[in-house]
Design a protein around this ligand. Sequence first.
Ligand SMILES: [Zn+2]
Ligand SMILES: [Zn+2]
Length: 552
Amino acid sequence: MTKLRLKLIPLGGLGEIGKNMMVMEYEDDIIIIDAGLMFPEEEMLGIDLVIPDINYLLEKREKIRGIIITHGHEDHVGALPYLLPQLDVPVYSTKLTQGLISVKLKERKALSEAKLMVIPPGGQFTLGKFRVEFFPVCHSIPDAVGLIIYTPIGIIVHSGDFKLDYTPVSGKPTDLSRLAQLGAQGVLLLLSDSTYAELLGYTPSERVVGETLDHIMADAPGRVIVTTFSSLVSRIQQVIDSAAKHQRRVFIVGRSMSDTARMALELGYLNDPDGVLARLDELKGMPRNKVVFITTGSQGEPTSALVRMANRDHRQVHILRGDTIVISATPIPGNEGLINRTVDNLFKQGAQVLYGKVAPVHVHGHGSQEELKLLLNLVKPKFFVPIHGEYRHLSLHAKLAQSVGIPEDNTFILEDGDILEISPQWGKITGKVTSGNVYVDGLSVGDIGSVVLRNRRMLSRDGIVVVIIAVNKQTGKLVGRPDIVSRGFVDTRESRDMLDESRDLVARILDHSGDRPAEWSFVNTKVRDTLNKFYYEQTKRRPMILPFMVTV
Ligand SMILES: [Zn+2]
Ligand SMILES: [Zn+2]
């Protein structure tokens, strides 16, 4: 009986928002749930995105039976283009999710080797000793599912991202009756979404946004520009429906939005019954109050269409006085500054801007406290692990579980890398595996380490000083005074005396050690140490110091 043990190992998404990845291991079988990315925080300079460290999985590659994706959001699929080529295992998802994954894989030319399996909501499939069933959940993207996982030690329910909207725009409401059935049967472990565990009450229905959009389309004196996530297919649908009611045509601007919309139309997740979608070349001559644009840029992403419009840098669309701009998205933490600057720029150009703080133009896709409690009550699990959230979200969710009667000892707050072992009778955190962030910077994956980030931080804060030292080729002796060039360190005019003094200082220390041809590494260190100390005394700053030797 001692063999009846299952390991649960989160490699991302626990203790943070984003890069969700959960590993389940039973004897010789491993399944992976989700493979997401995280957008960088402000101090991760120049990093485009962050994905989970999968060293643990690479060591056990032959045991991995597949990756199961709950839905098509970036924090659940975004790492696939980088990780799939390394793991080379089949990926299981619903149809729309597969469509979104294909768009992503194609962008990185990783589509042709991928084995993508489509399973409908309600469908089942077997991976080693795990049998997995998809159940529909309502979320801010159609075709989202939670997982019922039948394992040799009992039933595990994984909620995916969910809320309990009974009148969703597209897709099905969360299948509560199936969950209640399972609850009656007996569920060993529930893993449930904690993203909005801080919020009291219920999350409002998507319908609220539809009503707001109707008012906007009716009243806006000029063009309406709606920006949202390209994956928020149901929001795009709401814009199309509302535009149709008010005899407006809809133009999709930007590549990622167009790609997603085309795919969703082909697969039938997006419908345009009145033919309001139009091509940009049809725009000419159309009255402004008959025009709607949909575009990306809700996060203030510098290369997005909206930000380029806000900065008068978009080829096709310029902001006009009288435009109404609707930002239909929640700011991802860390992006607030970028978004606020974009909103300011839009106002400056005479546009009206509507965003979450001033109008109900967005509802988020995660359950609030009462919904989380309802799920716990229906599923009635023996053990509970809150997932998807920062530590405070997980803690609050654990408290909610206790409030509905799950013993504290049966509730486990895990962080990335923790190993939770569970048997039918007990659960215990038994160790830790390697986990963490892998940084993706442009085209390179993983070779940006913390040293590079530290350097970038140093450069951004204290600037750089380049010291050019000319040395005689034969004698190795210093020729003239060293040159010093600085950027972002001090005002070079105001601090000319201080910089001059530092040139003398370098000359002096090099003369000292200069009766033999100097070893470069020695000179390098000596110059750096001396200037570090001197500049810090003078300015309390630590610029990056780069000595260069030229032989003449
Ligand atoms: Zn999601
Ligand atoms: Zn998520």
